[in-house]
Design a protein around this ligand. Sequence first.
Ligand code: AVI
Length: 369
Amino acid sequence: MRRSCASYSGDLAEFLSTNNQMAVRRDSLECPKGFVYVATYVQAVDLEHLATADAREALTCEVRRGLIARPRSLSPWMFYDAEGSRLFERITTLPEYYPTRTERAILAGNAHAIVAGAHGDRSLPLRLVELGAGTASKTCILLEAALRLSDDVAYVPVDVCPHALELACQNVACALPEVRIQPVVRNYVTHPLQLEPFDGTTLALYIGTSIGNFSPEEARLILRDLRVQLQPGDALLLGTDMVKDERTLLAAYDDSDGITAAFNLNILHRLNWELGANFDTARFLHRALWNSIESRIEMHLESTQEQDVAIERADLPIHFMPRETIHTENSYKFTDRSIQRLLNDVGFGISGAWKDSRGWYTLTLAYLR
Ligand code: AVI
């Protein structure tokens, strides 16, 4: 059953619970595209349609804010439409892009210790809430470990991209049908998460080094918003990419196949499709640089020439000078001290940390102080 949900704004979970005519139907996995599978039974929801109106409004606001300002910038959440999410998935498999496979290896070797460290009272149900879940490709490792410790495990993937969320639900439902899945379509940056009360332990996951895409101030806001949703006894698992040699860092953000360049330029394609802009993407170049003072990789789009662009639905004409840039992403890299400072500032203490042998990546388990 496809529903029309043009006025939707908020949590999918909230939406589901207030719309009891919502279909709860087949238990096969052959649903049309745009529908999502929830746990061992299937709730069919037109996620694509749900997110459209909100997403377009946010896009218009962000474009007006970022492209009028100097230097020009756009927020990295704009990368993640269906094509951007697909390109990001490709990035994660590139030889130069080490964070994903490094984190996966750490999880594979330590999932039991991590979940056991978070879930003190095994008799209680366990809920894993994942911010920026993407396709949840690594989360199954933790969910499997969770199922070995508890027979009541719930998974709440939260993501701004309904397409990625749909894949996350399919992946988890196929691999681990015992897990109850409650997907939430949400931009947790602009709309802080509101978790349903839970009678058990919650392990919040902020892995995949997504925290690195926010300024230190924004990162603190996001973690504070998350912390107020947690109860004493709950935990946070934070994934952070570490400072390392510049060559390795730059290669990870400017790969030889040009996939990261395509990912960066996709923001302009998105503005063409969704806001009626007329960017000629051949007139922009992908640039990645290491800013050692701020401890971050920066991605920019550089105009190759003087040019005029119009963004029709934002009512915005823009004039670019040659070599003028749009700053599209920061990816902050951490040290043990900066992780400790960040967590301490937002009310968490560290109960464990796991790294790879080169110390390129860290997973930190934190408790509520
Ligand atoms: C999603 N995020 C953690 C990625 C990163 O490494 O900062 C996004 C990315 N940008 C370019 N490559 C990957």
